[in-house]
Write a protein that binds this ligand. Structure first.
Ligand code: PEP
Length: 252
């Protein structure tokens, strides 16, 4: 089963609208025409419309970094899935470890957010991954089982192929210390196994991205692993040439 690789750049809380526009112009200039790799940018909310307009027709997706599960309501500081769509987004990151840690994002909340994203027509990217403490304690697989199975618990089997899972070991995020290809593949293989339990052969269609200090220098080796179907990139996605180099590694 061949899965089209996805390389998504998570900008976190970086870039004003002007800086986002400059990035989008640079990305457009460097984009090839092959389209064998899907590219997505996850700007801050304030820049989604700017980036979506600047990249219209390029095939590059624009994803939110979070959204609320409710359609609307008294949730100060939140935005809905429909608002993301209205701003031009085509997907959304859900359950990034920084949100799990800083904003108390729970598996129960994510179990509502993933189907809400699908209902709005967005591609949900469910982020999972263990801490260093959990890895050292030998509980990595149990953590991944819980996060994957609870996060996807309310998604109808027929919709699971539209979901993307991102494996992001917390100890590798923003640390410069990427997982080795073997460690990453082991975790991805395990996640695929859990997805098979959940939905049988449909699991072969679900893309599992690796995230954690991916750079142009280490991307090719990570992305050549059989169950690594792309990358979720933080720091190295802030420069268009660096993101394009990672996308080129995913294509080869
Ligand atoms: C991330 O924020 O999802 C991430 C993987 O960050 P970095 O690439 O900087 O480790």
């Amino acid at each position: 089963m061949s899965r089209r690789p996805l390389v998504a750049g998570n900008w976190k809380m970086f870039k004003t609208r002007g800086e986002s526009l400059a990035f989008a112009d640079g990305l457009r200039r460097g984009l090839g025409s092959s389209g064998s790799v899907e590219i997505a940018i996850c700007p801050p909310f304030t820049a989604i419309d700017v980036v979506a307009s600047a990249l219209a027709g390029s095939g590059v997706g624009v994803f939110g970094q979070n959204a609320h599960a409710d359609e609307n309501g008294a949730h100060t500081g939140e935005i809905s899935m429909a608002m993301l769509v209205d701003a031009g987004a085509t997907g959304v990151l859900l359950g990034h470890s920084e949100r799990r840690a800083d904003d108390n994002e729970t598996d129960q909340a994510l179990a509502r957010k993933v189907p809400a994203a699908l209902a709005a027509g967005l591609t949900p990217v469910l982020c999972v991954g263990e801490s260093e403490f959990e890895r050292d304690a030998g509980t990595t697989k149990a953590v991944l089982d819980r996060q994957v199975l609870e996060g996807l618990s309310a998604v109808p089997v027929a919709d699971l192929s539209k979901v993307v899972v991102a494996y992001e070991p917390i100890w590798a995020i923003g640390t410069g210390k990427s997982a080795t290809p073997a460690i990453a593949q082991e975790a991805h293989g395990w996640i695929r196994e859990q997805l098979r339990e959940l939905c049988g052969d449909t699991a072969e269609q679900i893309r599992i991205l690796y995230g954690g200090s991916v750079k142009p220098e280490n991307a090719a080796e990570l992305l050549s692993q059989p169950d690594i179907d792309g990358a979720l990139v933080g720091g190295a996605s802030l420069d268009p040439d660096s993101l394009l180099a990672i996308a080129a590694a995913a294509a080869s």
